[in-house]
Design a protein around this ligand. Structure first.
Ligand code: NAI
Ligand code: MG
Length: 358
C-alpha cells in the first residue's frame, strides 16, 4: 500500500508569520523524509496584507471552499503596521475561525528544558497546563456598532454573545481534555460576579456538564483572581477553560510565565471534523522583529506537532516534540529565551535532532 498522503494548506500571511512558517515547513518536510511512513504536501496561499493591498480583500470569495479540501491548515500571523489591526484580524483569521466553526482553541503551555523560569521559585514541572479557549462567540462575536460618529456623544457598543450551544460544546470539550490528562482536573474561568448574565450561564452549564464527568475534579475562578493564581500557585492548575477574551489574555500571560510567547502553540479545532482545523502560534506578526531572522520558531513547530497528532500521526508528533525539547536542552535558543540563535539555526538544529532520534 502506498504511504498515506496529507494535504496541508499553508497561510504564512504577515510579518514573522512568514519566517516561522517557512522554518516549520522545512522541519516537517525533513521529518517526513526521515520517517518515510507518510507523505505531506503543503499548498501555499498568499493571503495576508500584501494580498489585501493588491485585491482589497484579505481572502478571496471562495477561500472557505478551497480550504475545506485540505486535511488541515498551518497559519502564521496576520497584522501589519499600516493596516488597522481590526481590519487585518477580521479580514483573515476571524473570517476563518467563525465560518469554519473551529470552536475549540487549544493552547498547551509548558516550560521547555533549558529555558529560564520567569518566576523565581517556579520549577519546570509547575507549569504544565492546557488552556481551552471558546473560539466562536463571546466577546469576539462581532456584535455591536457605532453611531453619532464624530459627535461629542459618539457611541460604540461591543456586545458579548453567549449561547447555550456554544458554552456547552466548549465545556464538554474542556472536560474531555481534562479527563485525558493524568490529573483529571479542570478550572472554569468566568467573571460571574460583575457580569451577571452570560457569565452566570457559563457557571450553570459548567455545573450541568460536570455531572457527566464524575471522574474529573473541577473548580472555578474569577478571571482577575486567576491571574494571581497563575503567578503565585502555578502548580495548582492543569486544564483551564474560559471565554474567547479571557483566554486570549490568560494565554499570553501563561506563555510569558513559561518563558516566551515565542514557544506558545495553538490549535483551532473543529472537534466534529467537518472542517479542517487550523494550527498556528499564539503570537502575532511582531513588527518589532520582522525581517531580523530572530523570531522563535518553536511555537509554530510545536503547532505543527499538534497538527500531526490531530491528523493521526501521533508517533511523528512525538519524534518532533522530542527533537524540539532536545534542541532547547542543548541551549539552541532565540533571543526571546535569552539565547543567540536565529530562526533558521533553531529549525536546522531540530531537523538534525530528528535524524538522531529516528
Ligand atoms: P505580537 O505577538 O506580534 O508581539 C508581542 C511581542 O512578542 C513583541 O515584542 C514580539 O517581538 C514578541 N514576539 C512575538 N512572537 C515572537 C516570536 N516568535 N519570537 C520572539 N519574539 C516574539 O503581538 P502584538 O505586537 O500585539 O501584535 C502585532 C500584530 O500581530 C498586530 O497586528 C496584531 O493584531 C497581530 N496579531 C495577530 C495574531 C494572529 O494572527 N493570530 C495574534 C496576535 C496579534
Ligand atoms: Mg492573542
Amino acid at each position: 500500500m502506498p504511504p498515506k498522503k496529507y494535504n496541508i494548506a499553508s497561510i504564512p500571511a504577515d510579518g514573522i508569520g512568514i519566517e516561522v512558517v517557512a522554518a516549520t515547513i522545512d522541519v516537517i518536510e525533513h521529518l517526513v523524509k526521515t520517517l518515510k511512513t507518510f507523505e505531506i504536501e503543503f499548498t501555499h496561499f498568499p493571503w495576508g496584507t500584501a494580498y489585501y493591498k493588491k485585491t482589497g480583500e484579505y481572502l478571496p470569495d471562495d477561500a472557505l471552499d478551497v480550504l475545506r479540501k485540505f486535511d488541515a491548515c498551518l497559519f502564521g500571523a496576520v497584522g501589519a503596521p499600516d493596516v488597522p489591526d481590526h481590519i487585518s484580524l477580521w479580514g483573515l483569521l476571524l473570517a476563518l475561525r467563525g465560518p469554519l466553526q473551529l470552536y475549540a482553541n487549544v493552547r498547551p503551555v509548558r516550560m521547555f528544558p533549558g529555558t529560564r523560569p520567569r518566576l523565581a521559585d517556579c520549577k519546570p514541572s509547575d507549569i504544565d497546563w492546557v488552556l481551552v479557549r471558546e473560539n466562536s462567540e463571546g466577546e469576539y462575536a462581532g456584535q455591536g456598532g457605532r453611531s453619532h460618529l464624530h459627535q461629542p456623544w459618539e457611541t460604540a457598543t461591543e456586545v458579548a454573545i453567549f449561547t447555550r450551544v456554544g458554552i456547552e460544546r466548549i465545556m464538554r470539550f474542556a472536560f474531555e481534555t481534562a479527563r485525558s490528562r493524568p490529573r483529571k482536573f479542570l478550572t472554569v474561568v468566568t467573571k460571574s460576579n460583575s457580569m451577571r448574565n452570560g457569565m452566570v450561564l457559563w457557571d450553570e452549564i459548567a455545573r450541568e456538564v460536570a455531572r457527566d464527568f464524575p471522574d474529573v475534579t473541577w473548580d472555578k475562578m474569577l478571571v482577575d483572581a486567576m491571574t494571581v493564581r497563575m503567578v503565585c500557585k502555578p502548580a495548582s492548575l492543569d486544564t483551564i477553560v474560559g471565554t474567547n477574551l479571557h483566554m486570549d489574555i490568560l494565554s499570553d500571560l501563561a506563555a510569558a510565565l513559561a518563558g516566551s510567547i515565542g514557544v506558545a502553540p495553538s490549535s483551532n479545532l473543529d472537534p466534529t471534523r467537518r472542517s479542517p482545523s487550523i494550527f498556528e502560534p499564539v503570537h502575532g506578526s511582531a513588527f518589532d522583529i520582522t525581517g531580523k531572522g530572530i523570531a522563535n520558531p518553536v511555537a509554530t513547530i510545536w503547532s505543527a506537532g499538534e497538527m500531526l497528532r490531530w491528523i493521526g500521526e501521533a508517533s511523528a508528533a512525538d519524534v518532533l516534540m522530542d527533537a524540539l525539547e532536545q534542541v532547547c536542552r542543548n541551549g539552541v535558543l532565540t533571543p526571546d529565551l535569552g539565547g543567540t540563535a536565529d530562526t533558521k539555526s533553531v529549525a536546522a538544529a531540530v531537523s538534525a535532532e530528528i535524524e538522531k532520534i529516528v
